[in-house]
Ligand binder design. Structure first.
Ligand SMILES: Nc1ncnc2c1ncn2[C@@H]1O[C@H](COP(=O)(O)OP(=O)(O)OP(=O)(O)O)[C@@H](O)[C@H]1O
Ligand SMILES: [Mg+2]
Length: 233
């Protein structure tokens, strides 16, 4: 932090969310967070999922790896996140957010929570699997985000590119009128393996999935209008 250049509009907050559980939200947060930190950005990770999957990963993190700040909380803390700015980039991990998608739903708490989430986020990433049960939920979730005028995009994750369902998923998301990251993350064992070591796939020598997350990061930088490397202090 502390850069006075007027072109540098930091901090940026990226919220990773979906109504669907197990859609690669935490994997997205930790892998993009690590890449951003290795590019010199001051990265904060917010774990708002009471399962603490991201926190448990962070607790395993070897001391010699690039530093990030971790804040553990719950969705009720979303309002306070707007007050925090001692970082360049924040990746906000959320639990599956399942209730009251329709605008006329009387789930006021959910709507109020999502209003805050969208207000604090420069971008929302919606990771999704490629099977119908995945993209139907993801599209419904993105319909909601769109209705609330959020800036968001889907990120197909844990994909099997050779399966017909991969093309079907991309077509369905695009035809529903939603933005889709042009790069997907394939299903590779190095992603769960890197979790057990407290690292990102880019920190594992020769790991599969590393190049893919690097490309997603490059795309995300373009979306947010930020430089490849953090500007020095
Ligand atoms: N690209 C991938 N290849 C292989 N396994 C993956 C990939 N992405 C995620 N996984 C695995 O799938 C499982 C679910 O992923 P993850 O924990 O990131 O999802 P989540 O959306 O955060 O889940 P939850 O809703 O429980 O918070 C984990 O075991 C994770 O390691
Ligand atoms: Mg998770």
């Amino acid at each position: 932090m502390g850069n006075m250049g007027s072109e540098k509009k930091m901090p940026k907050r990226i919220t990773v969310c979906n109504s669907k559980g197990g859609s690669s939200k935490t994997s997205t947060c930790r892998n993009l967070g690590v890449i951003a930190a290795r590019s010199g950005f001051n990265v904060a990770l917010f774990d708002l999922d009471e399962q603490k999957t991201l926190t448990n990963w962070y607790d395993e993190r070897p001391k010699n790896m690039v530093r990030m700040t971790l804040v553990t909380g719950t969705m009720a803390d979303i309002g306070e996140i707007a007050e925090l700015d001692d970082f360049d980039l924040a990746f906000i991990d959320t639990p599956p957010l399942t209730t009251g998608l329709a605008e006329d739903s009387d789930d006021r708490q959910m709507h109020e929570l999502m209003r805050k989430v969208i207000a604090v986020s420069d971008m929302l990433i919606v990771p999704s699997g490629q099977q119908k049960e995945d993209w139907v939920s993801s599209i419904a979730w993105m319909d909601y985000l769109k209705m609330r005028h959020a800036k968001y995009a889907a990120l197909l994750s844990a994909t099997t590119r050779r399966s017909k369902s991969f093309e079907v998923a991309k077509n369905q998301i695009l035809r529903a009128g939603h933005s889709l990251c042009p790069k997907d993350i394939p299903r590779v064992e190095d992603i769960p393996l890197s979790y057990t070591y407290g690292i990102g796939v880019v920190e594992m020598k020769g790991a599969k999935g590393a190049e893919d997350y690097e490309s997603v990061w490059a795309w995300l930088r373009g979306e947010l209008g930020i430089a490849a490397k953090a500007v020095g202090e």
